[in-house]
Design a protein around this ligand. Structure first.
Ligand SMILES: O=P(O)(O)O[C@H]1O[C@H](CO)[C@@H](O)[C@H]1O
Ligand SMILES: O=c1cc[nH]c(=O)[nH]1
Length: 294
């Protein structure tokens, strides 16, 4: 079936609508970052940069490091943007832009998020690194897709029971990381935990400036949940959408977080840029030394 002009939207130069990219512009190994300024903070470590393109908050650099072709792309903030970025990146490899048909042989992409986050556990210090083994989405994105078989329903059920937030009409979804991809980036420098993704930075992460929260013990309720010996460790704004849309499309994803805030102790990193740079260098080192990444 050929996709209509209002569904698969291509620009006059043949590039995909929001990302402004052509199929040949991306690698199958893709690092996602929220901040467009973080793209060059990653690509400055490449041996060479082949492509540099930007449209809105979506900045893309593709280059080479130690013989591996890597794309780094900024998603901007939030899972609304993740919907755009992940659908369009998948289209670049799995839809034929000439016939406008879905290809029969699918290409699998590997996504590594290098993001920032806030811990809700007092013993997870600022400037530490954390890998999200599962992500809980309070943002609703996955509810708009036929996603039942890709979510972790057992985690969802236990969480619903623990939170009792049905009365607030809050029905989060849960999705796991790709274990094989995660193993490439694991070491004793990295903590593991369940990450909560929400649709905002203030109220939806339990922050109060001038507005009063509806759920006054939001972070505390999350922090006291334990599932199969794992705690909910941190809050951010993309991981659940990334895990969900990667799984639905048949791709693999892992989210690595530099912890900048500790919400339980009230601390914020004084060296956030350094921590993010260290996580970038750590990630690139692991990536180039893995034989499982082409
Ligand atoms: O640093 P990034 O990757 O943007 O990630 C985190 O920081 C932003 C909020 O400050 C949100 O996007 C959140 O997920
Ligand atoms: O507390 C934090 C810190 C970074 N990013 C978030 O989304 N939350």
């Amino acid at each position: 079936m050929s996709l209509g002009n209002s569904e698969l939207i291509l620009n006059p130069d043949g590039s995909i609508y929001h990302l402004n990219l052509l199929p040949e512009d991306i690698s199958t190994t893709i690092i996602t970052v929220g901040d467009p300024g973080r793209v060059s903070a990653v690509s400055k470590y490449f041996d060479s940069i082949e492509i540099k393109k930007q449209h809105r908050e979506f900045c893309t650099h593709t280059g080479h490091l130690d013989g591996k072709r890597i794309t780094v792309i900024s998603t901007g903030i939030g899972t609304d943007n993740i919907d755009i970025v992940f659908n369009e990146l998948d289209a670049l490899v799995n839809i034929n832009f000439k016939t406008r048909e879905v290809k029969s042989n699918k290409i699998q992409l590997s996504f590594i998020r290098i993001g920032t986050s806030g811990s809700i556990q007092p013993d997870i210090p600022v400037d530490s690194f954390l890998m999200s083994t599962s992500a809980i989405g309070f943002d609703n994105l996955l509810h708009f897709y036929d996603s039942g078989q890709f979510t972790n329903t057992s985690l969802e059920k236990e969480l619903y029971r623990h939170l009792g937030w049905d009365r607030h009409k809050i029905h989060p979804y849960a999705v796991d990381f790709d274990k094989n991809l995660g193993e490439i980036f694991a070491s004793n420098r990295i903590r593991f935990g369940i990450t909560c993704t929400n649709s905002g930075f203030y109220g939806p992460q339990g922050r109060t400036l001038r507005l009063n929260p509806k759920i006054t013990d939001f972070n505390e309720r999350l922090a006291s949940f334990i599932y199969q010996n794992q705690q909910i460790t941190n809050l951010e704004m993309e991981t659940a959408g990334i895990y969900g849309l990667a799984k639905l499309h048949g791709h693999r994803a892992v989210s690595l977080n530099a912890i900048l805030a500790n919400r339980a102790t009230g601390e914020f990193s004084k060296g956030g840029a350094k921590a993010v740079d260290e996580l970038i260098r750590y990630t690139l080192k692991k990536l180039v030394s893995s034989s499982l990444i082409p």
